[in-house]
Design a protein around this ligand. Sequence first.
Ligand code: OSB
Ligand code: MG
Length: 368
Amino acid sequence: MKINRVELREIRLPLVHFFETSFGRTTTRRIVLVRAEADGVTGWGEVTCGESPFYNYETPETAWHILRDFLIPWTIGKGWRAASEVAACFRPIRGHNMAKAALENALWDIEAQQQGVPLARLLGGTLREIPCGVSIGIQNTVEELLEKIAVEGAAGYQRIKVKVKPGWDVEALARIRERFPSIALMADANSAYTLRDLAHLKEFDSFNLMMIEQPLGWDDLWDHAKLQRELSTPICLDESIHSAGDARKAIEMHAGRIINIKLGRVGGFTSARAVHDVCRENEIPVWCGGMLESGIGRAHNIALSALPGFTLPGDVSASQRYWKQDIIDPEVTVSAQGTIRVPEAPGLGFTPNLERIERLTVRKEAFE
Ligand code: OSB
Ligand code: MG
């Protein structure tokens, strides 16, 4: 695989409904896309960072810089035997996993097309359909939250995740349980608490939650281990797992009982698969997280979710929940049973719509 051209572009994509977490509200996404060409085949990747450095420290600007000045010059013009080789080449750069993932994942897309196999299969995926849940942000009122849960439940989604933060947590959860006593429910705090909130966090144990996601510091496994000893609800780690090594340490420390894998956060498919493998060896269930991706990142998430360790419903859901019009054809749809069918066509199995992407593009830079 000889990469002869890479194009970076930034698109602006307004969300159908604002998405609010403990760290803020998003209404329009700024998404950096990577388009790579090798031997006449085109592959796509997506930088999944937020607009501001709140989920992690990356932003569209830092990703553009790292891609333009380091990752692209390091990969272009070289012959690669496999997409799985580039992760080692990127290793000298500390962090910037979402920038790395965007380029690496584009090469996986190319390799799958070259081999004429679906990306999921190239990765070792075995599932033909993936179980789906939804992530519902903080709303203006609890009534609106309850209505959203009712809609998503009726659509068939297999579990509901709600965002929580101090002031929007036990009361909202109590109201949810009152109206929906038996739905599969979980809460995601995005690091909004500390161990000083221990007594408060213990109240979460009364809501029969599947898990509580990343209650404590984004870079803190130690305090999660302390908290897990005090909670009966399983802790799921999101922000603090960046590699297979982190996953191993978290498991050894009993910092949580479940891990959410995000392609961007861990630096691409090669690392994501390694995290999956460590978890599987240790019987830690995993599920695929989401970052409000466009269709391109969404297609990658679907391929990843086909690996056999993805036993819990993930945050990968239908395009129409996010976008009036997605940038891939067809868009991602979910069955009445709350599943997405893993495509069987070579590569992504979805076609990026160039004309639509071009219309949404606010800047572009090409490297030959
Ligand atoms: O913590 O999982 C998270 C969105 C942005 C940043 C962080 C998170 C999320 C989500 C949304 O929960 C998942 C999705 O629907 O894409
Ligand atoms: Mg999360």
